[in-house]
Design a protein. Structure first.
Lengths: 91, 241
């Protein structure tokens, strides 16, 4: 783990249980729901108070939403479904 | 247990002089299907009902996954059919009450590898360590491209889909499983048969590649707002000393 970057955090001492590097590294995990509740609260608390992390958070969030909304499922052909059903019922 | 299985396989296959790079694929990917959990006490009719209720409803999602893996409708149809026939045949290895969809995806992914990896040696495969190195080296250089959402707003579904399909197999697979299907990392790790850490780094790397491709594509279409591009993250971090 790298040394905390102290350049611009006079006013964020109260929230530096986690640092920006860690938050940025875990952004995707937060959005994917892969961080335990307690840790997630710490990270989100930092994000709320840190403009840079907040911006990155929104970028990642909207990208994830973009993929989900643009990549719709296709429809399989009815004949494939029928073929599968026929084959498993031994017809 | 899995470990042991791999070792056994290796002992059995030494004569075939496998190269080291191939060992990951030497284990029969369908081995998990042969582990019958408990004797099936269901009648054929009961199995058919479960199959129809729990397995078949996922067919569109599976077909979409297959199509994006193969980029070919016929191959996707074959893959989906093979998946369902295997699922039916090896129904005893499905633990009822667990995630049927994840189980089907695992069968499909393995069938795909069986059928297609032999043909092409998958030139784009990036190994775990390489991806990890990239993953860690990126933390101070996060997001160098302009990927704010307004850049992508105008893209069509097909354009996003084409970009996704152009990604190397390992990366597009985890993106589809996570971002489209919403599987957990643990489920994805099982489906693609890698450690969770690998899933995480592939997701990170894959999304970054996809974002870059889409940003370039959007720019080429005239959604370019790169003049405003700012490098704030990098500037702030580089002043540490």
């Amino acid at each position: 783990m790298e040394q905390k970057d102290n350049t611009n955090n006079e006013n964020e001492k109260h929230l530096t249980e986690v640092d920006c590097d860690e938050v940025i590294r875990k952004l995707n995990m937060i959005l994917d729901g892969e961080v335990a509740k307690e840790e997630e609260n710490k990270l989100l608390h930092h994000i709320d108070d840190c403009n840079n992390c907040l911006e990155q958070y929104h970028i990642e969030k909207s990208f994830k939403e973009l993929l989900k909304s643009k990549l719709q499922n296709l429809n399989v052909s009815v004949s494939l479904i029928q073929t599968i059903k026929n084959r498993i019922s031994g017809k | 247990m899995k470990q042991k299985k791999t070792l056994d396989m290796k002992e059995n296959t030494t004569e075939e002089s496998l190269t080291h790079a191939d060992t990951e694929q030497t284990e029969n990917p369908d081995a998990f299907l042969e582990q019958v959990l408990k004797p099936i006490t269901l009648t054929k009719e009961e199995i058919d009902i479960i199959f129809e209720k729990e397995m078949l409803p996922h067919i569109n999602a599976l077909y979409t996954f297959a199509f994006r893996l193969t980029n070919n409708e016929d191959d996707a149809n074959d893959l989906v059919q093979e998946t369902y026939l295997k699922a039916y045949r090896f129904f005893g290895s499905y633990e009822q009450g667990t995630n049927a969809k994840a189980w089907l995806y695992r069968i499909l992914k393995n069938s795909f590898i069986n059928n297609y990896r032999k043909q092409s040696k998958e030139p784009n495969k990036i190994d775990y360590e390489e991806a990890e190195t990239i993953f860690h080296s990126e933390k101070n250089n996060y997001n160098p491209i302009d990927s704010r959402d307004k850049v992508f707003k105008g893209l069509l579904g097909d354009e996003v889909s084409n970009a996704l399909m152009a990604l190397p197999l390992d990366f597009k697979t985890v993106i589809m499983l996570c971002d489209i299907e919403g599987f957990t990392y643990e489920e994805i790790a099982k489906i693609v048969d890698t450690p969770i850490g690998t899933v995480r780094s592939r997701l990170h790397r894959g999304r970054k590649m996809l974002k870059e491709m889409l940003a370039k594509y959007a720019a080429s279409l005239g959604y370019d707002i790169s003049e405003e591009h700012e490098n704030s993250t990098q500037d702030e971090n580089s002043e540490t000393n």
